[in-house]
Write a protein that binds this ligand. Sequence first.
Ligand code: NDP
Length: 250
Amino acid sequence: MHDYQAPADLLRDRIILVTGAGDGIGRCAAKTYAAHGATVILLGRTVSKLESVYDEIEAAGHPQPAIVPMNLDGAAVKEYEDLAMQVEESFGRLDGLLHNASMLGDRTPVELYDPETWNHVMHVNANAPFLLTRALIPALRKSGTASVIFTSSSVGRKARAYWGAYAVSKFATEGLSQLLADELDDERNNIRVNTLNPGATRTNMRAHAYPAEDPQSVTAPEDIMPLYLYLMGKDSEGQTGQQFDAQPKK
Ligand code: NDP
């Protein structure tokens, strides 16, 4: 699937929500989905970044996106429910949901890990995707062929020392994905749910985690888009409860 070539109209008329759409991989995925015909709902916490993605999509002549300013660290349950209502009112359904936003937190031994930071990381990376999915399931059900993608990490599949709450939150992500896949894989729902590990990708988060690394030696977000398109488009229908990697394993 790493060399998957998406037809130009793969996502025509699809409504897709991307979290953390203002920067890094989420920004690239939002623009890529729009370029393949989707109406993209850009969710994030820094409005100026979302506006610049919006402008780029509009300038390219792709379907007009929507902006949803939301800080996943503090949003109340009602904000998720209001968002779901807004999506149903504006679009009538949701065809795709890319859970992409995450925070890295500290890279430190568990013994020294700051409990407050732990809670923030677990909330943004694991609880917020639960709250968002929970609220949006009725809209996803109305799609008839919806795809939910959770962004995982190699440390969410095999933990490594000092990755702290980030690693644990990604294990939770894998668990939530499996749970939902098992619950939603029937005729009534027809929602497929998978996890995607982007692999080392040139973003602010990567630079923060590996400050000594030359960013130019790391894969650009544009180069991992084939899997993001494959999982969002109709060619992955029937695939659910699985773990995908956006880059070939070295
Ligand atoms: P970045 O840090 O570059 O981007 C993360 C995005 O999430 C930003 O747009 C950020 O918003 C947003 N975000 C963070 N916290 C919140 C919040 N509280 N509320 C709303 N939005 C928030 O990360 P990447 O692009 O590198 O990572 C994307 C995904 O890929 C993450 O799930 C990450 O764990 C995963 N991943 C990345 C790898 C890599 O090498 N890059 C490797 C493995 C997994 P803002 O810009 O406003 O801060």
